[in-house]
Design a protein around this ligand. Structure first.
Ligand SMILES: NC(=O)c1ccc[n+]([C@@H]2O[C@H](COP(=O)([O-])OP(=O)(O)OC[C@H]3O[C@@H](n4cnc5c(N)ncnc54)[C@H](O)[C@@H]3O)[C@@H](O)[C@H]2O)c1
Length: 358
């Protein structure tokens, strides 16, 4: 069998919509120099609306990447873990399993750790993985807050590890070309970038009293670095996105995809000098705490970024679209604009006439 080359691996990652780092020559010791992956956090299996489950999607995605091999699964919910094992069995792959991610870090047969836990765990899991000599693919948002993100960067530098964040779009050739077009100046100077996130949402309802933790879950491990609080929502899994202790709302959920594209296309290298943010929870009477309608203005160089979120109920149909975009980005320049839905992109002149497609 032909050995996977670094080029094969990167091409495979791009095809799978992943942005994983190159296997380091001396870092991976699996057969055929495969990068042996542990997926940490597989995702809710019965959350209403079929939402959640990023880790399971990543099992599928990484299994298609030449040069990568999923060898271990970890989840604090044994029902979810069993589900993941069955999924791997159907693919003809045996994996080791654990509920405590520290066992993954002890495992000499794991080269890299994929962190798809709730956000409050990202930094600690990534830092521990670096300390244990593993490379890391951590889901967006990179960390729960800026301080925690900086600890991951410091750990990656200190322990010489590769750490990548799953914002995805950077592996799109079309978006790369669109960004080069903007930065070439053909459309004039950029005036601002507009991240449009009009993603309809369902209410998560309301509970009268804390709900019991499922018997299959080690809640101490689920809570990890966060305080151990009663579960004040119907579903432990996924709905934490809308609870401040664990999640960052839609701006930390779909926000990182679009904001990353804005920064990339504009060539922003530094954090914003100032940020202004307003939002609230509208049209829902539920246990969610984070805003579902939210505007953030980021004072970036060379141009400001506006992030606009409308996570309104689908049945009321108020979300609409802006310049044909429901989820995507518009980069407004002096001589026209570029519009992307995060897969392809088109450029328009000031009269809204299409002048280029990527
Ligand atoms: N890149 C993308 O397109 C994309 C899409 C969806 C979600 N995500 C990200 O993936 C992450 C997971 O989101 P989700 O929607 O799948 O949530 P989820 O609640 O469905 O899944 C989280 C899983 O992590 C498990 N878990 C919690 N703590 C753990 C720990 N210490 N060790 C091991 N497992 C643990 C939970 O039991 C659950 O199975 C989030 O950070 C989210 O932002 C990224």
């Amino acid at each position: 069998m032909r050995k996977a080359t670094r080029r094969d691996f990167v091409k495979g990652c791009m095809a799978a919509g992943l942005a994983f780092g190159l296997p380091r020559a001396a870092g991976s010791t699996g057969a055929n120099s495969d990068v042996r992956l542990a997926i940490v956090g597989l995702g809710g299996i019965d959350v209403p609306g079929g939402v959640g489950g990023r880790g399971r999607q990543l099992i599928d995605a990484f299994s298609k990447v030449r040069g990568a091999r999923v060898t271990a699964l970890c989840d604090v919910d044994t029902a979810i873990l069993d589900h993941g094992v069955q999924m791997m069995k159907k693919m003809g792959v045996e994996v080791t399993t654990c509920t405590d991610l520290r066992r993954v870090l002890d495992d000499k047969n794991v080269d890299a750790v994929v962190v798809a836990t709730p956000n409050h765990w990202h930094a600690l899991a990534a830092v521990w993985a670096c300390q244990a000599g593993k490379d890391v693919y951590v889901e967006k948002p990179f960390a729960y807050n800026i301080w925690e993100g900086r600890q991951i960067v410091a750990a990656a530098q200190k322990y010489g590890r590769i750490v990548q964040v799953g914002t995805q779009s950077r592996s799109s050739a079309a978006l790369r070309q669109a960004g080069e077009f903007i930065r070439s100046g053909e459309l004039g100077k950029p005036r601002y970038a507009h991240a449009v996130i009009y993603r309809p949402r369902a209410s998560i309802g309301r509970v009268a009293a804390p709900t019991p933790v499922p018997s299959t879950v080690d809640y101490d491990l689920w809570s990890g670095p966060a305080p151990i609080e009663p579960v004040r929502r119907k579903n432990l899994h996924y709905e934490w996105h809308w609870i401040w202790t664990y999640g960052n709302g839609e701006i930390g959920n779909n926000g990182p995809h679009s904001l990353d594209v804005c920064r990339w296309m504009l060539g922003v290298k530094e954090p914003p000098r100032h940020a202004l943010s307003i939002g609230g929870r509208f049209l829902f009477d539920d246990d969610g705490q984070t805003p579902n309608v939210h505007i953030a203005l980021l004072d970036c160089e060379p141009a400001p970024i506006l992030c606009e979120i409308r996570g309104l109920p689908e049945d009321k149909k108020p979300a609409g679209s802006f310049r044909g975009v429901r989820t995507g980005v518009i980069i407004q320049c002096e001589g026209g604009y570029v519009r992307t839905d995060l897969t392809g992109a088109k450029a328009f002149d000031t009269q809204d006439r299409e002048i280029k497609s990527f």
